[in-house]
Ligand binder design. Sequence first.
Ligand code: ZN
Length: 179
Amino acid sequence: MFEGLRLVSEAADFAARRHTGQQRKGRGNEPYVNHLAEVANLLSISTDGTDAELVAAGWLHDTIEDTATTREELAQTFGERVAALVVEVTDDMTLPKAERRQKQIVDAPRKSPGAKLIKIADKISNIRARIMPQANQDERDDLIDYLAWAEKVVDGCRGVNAMLDRMFDETVRAARSTL
Ligand code: ZN
C-alpha cells in the first residue's frame, strides 16, 4: 500500500511538471493538470483504490502524446505495466485527426482492460469540460460531434467496470440535456 502511494504521488508530480503551461480545451481554459487529476481520480474511485499502477497511468496518460516523454523513461521510473498502459492510450500524432479518431474506434475492443478504463475516464473528463450551459453554436457543434465519436470508442471499452460505464452514460445524458 505504501508503495502504491509513492507511485501515484510520483506520477502526479511528474505529470504536473511535464504539462506545465498547457491548458485544456473547453470550459474556462483550465490548466491541463486538472484533466489529469480528474482522470486519475475517476480511475481510483471506480476501482476503489485497489490499483495504484492504473491510477499512476491515469496521471501520466497524455505525457507521451503531449510532452517530451518516452516509453523508456516511464518504464524506468514507474515500471513496465504503467509504461505499457500509457503507450496503449497514446495516439499516433503523425496521422491526421480524422484517421486518429477512426483508429481509436477500431482499436478500442483490442485494448487491455486497464487501457479501456483509462479511455473511458478520459472521455468522461473531456465531455464534462465541454458542457457549457452558455455555449455558442460552435461549442454546441463541437460537443455534438465529440459525443457521437466518444460513444463509439466507449462501446469498444465497456464491460470491464460497471461503475465507470454508468458514469460515462450519466455524463453523456447530462451533456445532451444542455443541447
Ligand atoms: Zn487525456
